[in-house]
Write a protein that binds this ligand. Structure first.
Ligand SMILES: [Zn+2]
Length: 425
């Protein structure tokens, strides 16, 4: 049953809305009777759900499978130290209920995928994409187009963010007679796997999701109330470093495979296959787990390494790699070798291994000169977790260096096995 009247307590709570002619009693009732689903309870989902709860949006679904980890707290303002290790949807539910007991919070502890997406979104009026991966974005987009739900989209990376509303079933306010575009009109193809770093890899300034998520919440409220000019057909980007907003026009692509004139995608597809990456990055899952364990045990957690100090199942390549334990022996025995840290200076400042010389992978060619003459010496390269150091190793070998190896697992593994409790980042 829709709510048709506010009680005294509600009138008091929402009076700053009620005196706005654009909202008023009628608008507040629309908010109370609205159902929105926020996909992702992370950096964007936190401000989105906080503001929508505060605004009195009556039913808010939250979909997320993750648990709260210490590194979330830099930006995910729903959570505190006491929520570490707790399911995000559960921890969020408690905080939001405390903020506004009127609001019904529905916890969906699921990975959104082609099997469940239609069922998940069908009862909601507005869908909000606050995810951080491409399979989920395409999945949410297609389902929203198919079920004619507006999709309030936001994304963030480092110091840059963007917001728009995808709604091919609604008019484009800037182009009479035209409808809005969808995510596929903007990005017909997913990026090459691995070509776009995640926030975990590339970093993100903590207030940025606050700004972008708040803009998304604002679009949701406008859509529910039917006021203002929704961001349909417009993409607004924000640069935190320049304090600059830019707006670009987006148009629906009549040839779009899902919202075009002759759609070929009429039901959800396999998005992991389409994007070539898993929805859940196994590396970031392992990282979260390790972070939570360290936070809970003060760094004395059991890591369960194998006899060589490597994570179970690690495909060690003896011709190319050296274990942190072997590197430790080389250092302890004061063996003559060149030890290179190929990360960036800001990463070096977070944590480093004494004795390692910083030569960022990006600057490798500038250092060929100083390495010249050492072609026959032992060289060990490390990075954060082993990827860049392997590239560095391959490049040096191509340059004729004979005995170069990459330290397996990078400094993250070093900081578990050799220097336990050392920073994980
Ligand atoms: Zn489209």
């Amino acid at each position: 049953m829709p709510v048709s009247q506010l009680n005294t307590e509600q009138i008091n709570r929402y009076k700053r809305h009620l005196i706005l002619p654009e909202v008023g009693m009628e608008g507040q009732l629309k908010l109370i009777n609205a159902k929105v689903l926020c996909i992702g309870a992370g950096g964007l989902g936190c401000p989105i759900s906080l503001y929508l709860t505060a605004a009195g949006v009556g039913t808010i679904g939250l979909a997320d499978i993750d648990v709260v980890s210490p590194s979330n707290l830099q930006r995910q303002i729903l959570f505190g130290v006491s929520s570490i290790g707790e399911e995000k949807v559960k921890a969020a539910g408690k905080r939001l209920k405390d903020l506004n007991p009127d609001v019904k919070i529905i916890e969906h502890k699921v990975v959104v995928n082609s099997d469940n997406v239609l069922d998940l979104i069908k009862d909601y009026d507005v869908i909000i994409d606050g995810t951080d991966n491409f399979p989920t974005r395409y999945c949410v987009n297609d389902a929203c187009v198919i079920l004619k739900k507006p999709n309030v989209y936001g994304s963030i990376f480092r110091f840059e963010g963007m917001v728009t509303v995808f709604a091919p079933h609604l008019p484009n306010p800037d182009r009479p007679g035209e409808h809005g575009p969808c995510y596929r009109c903007m990005y017909p193809e997913p990026p090459d796997p691995g070509s776009v770093p995640s926030c975990a890899e590339g970093g993100v300034v903590g207030v940025l999701p606050g700004i972008i998520g708040t803009l998304q919440a604002n679009e949701v409220i406008k859509l529910i109330l039917g006021i203002g000019r929704p961001a349909i057909g417009r993409l607004t980007t924000f640069s935190a470093l320049d304090l600059e907003f830019k707006t670009f026009k987006l148009r629906r692509d009549p040839a779009c495979p899902v919202c075009g004139d002759h759609p070929t995608i009429t039901k959800p597809i396999d998005y992991e296959e389409f994007c070539g990456v898993p929805t859940l990055d196994p590396k970031s899952l392992a990282e979260t787990e390790a972070e939570v364990r360290t936070a809970k045990t003060g760094g004395n957690g059991q890591h369960g390494f194998d006899a060589n100090g490597l994570p179970p199942g690690y495909a060690f390549k003896p011709d190319w790699e050296i274990t942190p334990r072997q590197v430790k022996s080389l250092l302890d025995e004061k063996k003559d070798f060149i030890f290179i840290d190929c990360r960036l200076p800001n990463e070096y400042a977070i944590t480093n291994i004494p004795g390692a010389k910083l030569i960022p992978l990006q600057q490798i060619t500038q250092h060929f000169g100083e390495l010249k003459g050492h072609e026959n010496e032992k060289i060990v390269v490390h990075c954060k977790s082993g990827g860049r150091s392997m590239q560095f190793t391959q490049i040096l070998r191509q340059q004729g260096f004979k005995d170069v190896k990459s330290m397996a697992g990078g400094i993250l593994l070093w900081n578990k096995d050799i220097n336990p409790g050392g920073p994980q980042y």
